[in-house]
Design a protein around this ligand. Sequence first.
Ligand SMILES: [Zn+2]
Length: 230
Amino acid sequence: MEVTGQSKAPPTEDVVVFSILNPSTCSECRAELSKGDFLRMEKEKPLCLDCADLGHLVYLPRGDTALTRRSRKYSALSAVVVRFSRSRRRYERQGVLVEPAALDRAEKECLSDEERRRAARARAALDRERADMQYVAQFAEQIRSRYPGCPPREAGEIARHACEKYSGRVGRSARAKLFDAPAIELAVQAHVRHRHTEYDRLLAQGCDRSEARAAVARPVAKVMERWSKA
Ligand SMILES: [Zn+2]
């Protein structure tokens, strides 16, 4: 009589199959095995996979850990393939032999995992993009409330530029500082300097940055004063 819990076979060691270096012959069917063929030793007798009743298994080379782990999990019978390394003087694992259905199932699972990860990445990117767009709109609104004379298109441009600078680099709280009055003023000032004065041309001519800023300070202030009125 079987005792519950002990009817299952005890955990056994892996079935080992050799990827051979030297030609051999199956002791049962006399099939010739050449270098690279798989061979199973049974009671010191070499057997081809068919005679060892492992012929229905498929070979999965090592390399994909998750796939290997899952394939073995779903395979009622599996074997480990080893080959002797002459240089390192030891047997090294080459891969596993598993049931084709197990490999199929494992492959499907690994694939859907990858798809799930890809979808999650795409969702996260979209969320970030949405948050950024909302942020840009809010920032543009802030600009327009402080500088009602600033053309809406330019307010949008300034906001996009300011937000791009911080996009994905700093957290929400740090970005909130962008909404500070000085930060808005600086962003508008930089835009006016580049867009409405000779600043860039002066820089291109090799003019020192602080000199160039001083040279355009008045025109910049004029534009900003004009924009601050509706
Ligand atoms: Zn055989």
